[in-house]
Design a protein around this ligand. Structure first.
Ligand code: 5AD
Ligand code: SF4
Ligand code: FES
Length: 345
């Protein structure tokens, strides 16, 4: 019965909410789901895996999300902020490792205003790289200025589409403003990435199903999904961790319903399960974001504990990922890795 549903989703790229909930709730259909998602991944985005070089350039954040180690009330975190020159230098090194995209990620750090950010973007653009920003909520005008200065893509996870839960776990933030940000980014011609934090306390399978339908309705380009890893320096420190297998089923369902999307195997899945990235890459995902941040900053960018690669160098991660990808019978994709367009628009 459920296996028939999986095959229908593979053909039609559609499921209703009840069916999504049934599949999310069924560990026994996980392998069939992953196999179908792997076939759809192969058919729509191919066997190439896109590597995006991740630069964590500031761990200063004005927000106070209940799950995140960068939250402003966390006094135990040593804060840092790279200079514009350091950021551009890391991008140059990323280019040297063969990455065709850099992801500039930080907490919501107001120091990086339009003028400072635009200067950095213009410098990096000279390197002929695609640029993804992941710096939180800004105004339409700021997003417009970043786009004009060379940003191609933007990551902003909605975390959960349950409005009440969102506002409880992200105190002081408004769900409607988050959706506004995503819509503004789309309107400005960014490739837009969002995603779910799986295992938030109070999050139901219905709510995860609604997340999936929201992403399909918005026709988003990228989807980052990871399990909650409780951080002892945050109010959610004693909560249960998110479920790896539920995360995996969600990734597979996303591939079935958004066949062209770029979907990373996130750092959080590898933190939770050793070899987790390979499992997710074989269950629908086609992107990895190796860290190119250097030295002690890797450790200090502590969203959650146990983060992988904190003592590795950018060169280590580059070599490591290439080896793992080849061992899976896949290859590192050559291009900048914009969204595939194969479905009728
Ligand atoms: N566990 C897992 N993921 C987390 N994030 C923040 N804190 C945690 C945590 N404790 C994720 C959020 C955010 C992204 C940058 O990191 O989903 O969007
Ligand atoms: Fe800041 Fe993002 Fe962490 Fe929230 S999830 S505290 S906005 S870095
Ligand atoms: Fe960093 Fe494997 S990805 S060492």
């Amino acid at each position: 019965m459920l296996d028939r549903l999986v095959l229908r989703a593979e053909r039609e790229h559609r499921l209703d909410k009840e069916d999504l909930v049934s599949l999310l709730a069924s560990p026994e259909c996980e392998e069939a789901l992953a196999a179908a998602a792997d076939r759809v991944r192969h058919a729509y985005v191919g066997d190439g895996i896109h590597l995006r070089g991740l630069i964590e350039f500031s761990n200063i954040c004005r927000q106070n999300c209940m799950y995140c180690g960068l939250r402003r009330d966390n006094r135990r975190l040593e804060r840092y902020r790279l200079s514009g020159e350091e950021i551009v230098m890391l991008a140059e090194k990323a280019k040297g490792y063969g990455y065709r995209t850099v992801v500039l990620q930080s907490g919501e750090d107001p120091y990086f205003n339009v003028e400072r950010m635009a200067g950095i973007l213009r410098e990096i653009k000279k390197l002929d790289m695609a640029i993804t920003l992941s710096i939180g909520e800004r105004s339409y005008e700021e997003y417009k200025a970043f786009r004009e200065a060379g940003a191609d893509r933007y990551l902003l996870r909605i975390e959960t589409t349950n409005e009440a839960l969102y506002e409880k776990l992200d105190p002081g933030m408004s769900y409607k403003n988050r959706v506004r940000c995503l819509q503004d980014l789309k309107r400005l011609g960014y490739e837009v990435g969002t995603g779910t934090l799986v295992g938030l306390p109070g999050q139901s399978l219905e709510s995860i199903a609604e997340d999936i339908l929201f992403y399909q309705e918005m026709d988003v380009d990228m989807l980052g999904i990871g399990p909650l890893i409780p951080n002892g320096d945050t109010p959610l420190g004693d909560e249960e961790a998110g479920d790896f297998h539920l995360t995996r089923r969600m990734v597979s369902l996303l591939r079935l319903l958004l066949p062209e999307a770029n979907i990373p195997a996130t750092t959080a899945v590898e933190t939770m399960v050793k070899g987790g990235r390979e499992i997710i890459l074989a269950s629908g995902a086609n992107v990895v974001m190796p860290n190119v941040t250097e030295g002690e900053y890797r450790r200090k960018y502590a969203l959650y504990p146990g983060k992988i690669c904190v003592s590795d160098t950018p060169a280590d991660c580059r070599g490591c990922m290439e080896g793992r990808i080849r061992a899976m019978g896949r290859y590192v994709a050559k291009g900048k890795g914009f969204r595939a367009r194969t479905l009728p628009q």
